[in-house]
Write a protein that binds this ligand. Sequence first.
Ligand code: 8LK
Length: 241
Amino acid sequence: MASFTTNNKAPYTVLVEGNIGSGKTTFLNHFKQFQDVCLMTEPVDNWRNLNGVNLLDLMYKNPDMWAMTFQNYVTLTMLKNHIKQTENPVKLMERSIFSARYCFVEKMLSSGMIQPGMYHVLQEWYNFIYDHHKIQCDLIVYLRTSPEVVYERMKERARSEESCVPYQYLKDLHDLHENWLIHGHYYRPAQVLVLDANLDLDNIIGEYQRSETSILRPIVIENTNQVSILASPSKRERNMY
Ligand code: 8LK
């Protein structure tokens, strides 16, 4: 019978990053089949209902008033997920305080949703968090898409709060993800594994499976008396940045 060891170390933490509509939730669901993987989905339910207040909706409908408060709360909820402890050897997290900082907050500043003073307050928070908390990150999985594809998916998904999000917003977020994760313009806390997330549901499973080796790396199978690494690094790991 397989058993898993953690040696009381921090879990091997994988951040799943990508644009709106890049399939992050579907990707996380794929890993539900593996025992001992702790899945931390984006706390969007909290953003939609903070004591009855829908901050996500307010942010999109009235960004001048609410974008700062929204991103402030996103940062708090993300930090809670980062520091949440688990007995599992692997932790898979949907987005992070890094994508908050390098993608969403940058977009909010450049489009005037937040003012420079608000931006600087958020930067102070991020600097403080980096200095005072160990933000575990061992791998980033980038679900890379084209803005055209995610725009169509977003319209199909029809999340009510996102009904007013224009194509250009997704294009700018795409460029920010590319600048961060492909071109390295911002700090990357770990290696980046890039997956083609433009593929449709029928074809994307193979792409997800390609990431299993990297993601499940620290899970050790104890098979009778022999201990072997289930997923050691292999030459098949392509597109590592
Ligand atoms: O991901 C769910 C929705 O929240 C989507 O419309 C994009 C928005 N969002 C945002 O505006 N700022 C964010 C995140 C998501 C995630 C982070 C870290 N910052």
